[in-house]
Design a protein around this ligand. Structure first.
Ligand code: HEC
Length: 120
């Protein structure tokens, strides 16, 4: 009996710690920095870029083979960004970031060390 109570207490503790850490991280800052590095020059801040299209569009552009390449065919720097090892490595994370912050997602991001305002 005593053992069970302890187990319950521990599981509550774990849940508490997990939800705390989720609350602290409102968005994927690693994805944010990657997008800033690769796409900012043409698309503006990552949140601004994310808001231009909805979740279905993000999925379509990212998951249709050759689509991103076609969109940037006249933009060598855009192509370079999409072909970069960094983009390939983080593609899934970036898609999730864009969807989480897309048009109609309702995501509103306050001022922090990475981002402050809607400048683009
Ligand atoms: C050199 C400039 C440049 C860079 C860098 C660039 N893009 Fe683009 N991108 C463009 C232009 C210009 C268009 C519009 C093409 C069109 O509408 O025909 C575009 C269009 C898009 C679109 C289609 C939807 C829309 O907003 O028009 C997506 C999605 C996109 N880019 C994603 C990205 C991502 C992700 C990155 C970074 C990994 C990136 N781009 C980097 C110039 C760039």
């Amino acid at each position: 009996m005593k053992f069970t109570t302890k187990m319950i207490a521990v599981s509550f503790l774990i849940t508490g710690v997990t939800s705390l850490s989720t609350a602290a991280e409102k968005y994927d800052t690693g994805a944010f920095r990657t997008v800033t590095k690769l796409c900012y020059a043409c698309h503006g801040t990552p949140f601004y870029q994310a808001k231009q299209i909805d979740d279905d569009d993000w999925e379509f552009y990212f998951n249709t083979p050759g689509k991103l390449e076609k969109l940037h065919k006249d933009k060598p720097e855009g192509l370079a960004a999409i072909h970069s090892p960094l983009f390939k490595k983080r593609k899934k994370r970036l898609l999730k970031f864009f969807i989480d912050n897309s048009k109609f997602s309702g995501a509103v991001n306050g001022c922090d060390a990475n981002f402050c305002g809607t400048n683009h």
